[in-house]
Design a protein. Structure first.
Length: 129
């Protein structure tokens, strides 16, 4: 059997108890908030539904990563959240230091280089420095 199918199988097994816990939490909150507006209860149900999807997604990512780690390969999926966060932080720093229409910048070039350079230094890519 393929390792991806094994990971999917374990994800479905874990999803059973994760969804049950989310459903119990939702029901407890729903009982407490039974007299609130229907829009609030609808929003709570939506959050519970999206939480089940998030739990399954995180579990699948965890299962895939653990299988790849056991095989000895360096999985991209294990680094993906870190790379995404670094990209967001880099763009936020560059936006903060963006030059306005008059040609002035709130940051000097050294601070921008420091932020971008330190963001990519951990991955061997020193494009910012």
């Amino acid at each position: 059997m393929s390792s991806h199918l094994t990971c999917l199988g374990w994800t479905l097994i874990h999803f059973l108890w994760q969804a049950a816990i989310i459903a119990l939490i939702y029901k407890a909150i729903d009982v407490i908030c039974s007299r609130t507006h229907s829009q609030v209860r609808y929003l709570l149900a939506l959050v519970a539904l999206l939480s089940t999807f998030a739990a399954a997604s995180v579990t699948l990512l965890y299962e895939e990563t653990s299988v790849q780690m056991a095989a000895g390969s360096a999985p991209l999926s294990a680094r993906t959240p870190v790379l995404f966060l670094q990209t967001v932080l880099t763009h936020a720093a560059m936006d903060r230091c963006a030059v306005d229409a008059r040609g002035s910048s709130p940051c000097d070039s050294d601070s921008r280089r420091l932020v971008v350079g330190s963001t990519f230094a951990n991955h061997g890519d020193n494009a910012g420095s």
